[in-house]
Design a protein around this ligand. Sequence first.
Ligand SMILES: [Zn+2]
Length: 209
Amino acid sequence: MAASIRSRVTVPLTFADGYSTVAEVMTFRGLDDDSEHLLLALGDWEDAVVCAEMGGEAPLVRPHSECLTGDVLGSERCDCGPQLREAVERIADAGGFLLYLRQEGRGIGLYAKLDAYALQDSGLDTYEANVALGHGEDERDYTAVAQMLDAVGVGRIRLLSNNPDKASQLAALGVQVDEQVPTRVHLTDANARYLTAKVEHTGHLIALP
Ligand SMILES: [Zn+2]
């Protein structure tokens, strides 16, 4: 199923540390899961798309799953906020897209994610806690990512992500992943256990000390 661009609007972004850039934010019709996912086109993204069409380097793309606690409130229980901040700058420098996906808590929702935090405080890791709540370890599906990329004419990407599942799902959806570019390690005392679970349980490419 194809999605189409529904609207485009220019949004100037300024982060708490003062970094600023401008995003062309797009909304879509016909996304597979009917969620209000956003595409933020950053930097010289139009040049990056043309370059890829001519056989050059593919645009840098990060599918970022919404994390209200990390992205907005600065929670240190995860590394989402620093990853979002890093990704916007790296994509703006290279030209490409940040896809902001409404998939809170790996797809289980905000309240369930907070319930899972409570279980983690009693010893379960982030994946075990989701399962204990009757959810999958990771319920995210990236069909909408493939649809949004297709709508902006992108079939080939460099994937900014540490998550091997994103790369394999996108490849299965017909997106050519030329390269998987890791994000930096955003380790704190509060998120160490969470990052360790990502590495040990699902093979995330995070170089923990
Ligand atoms: Zn998070």
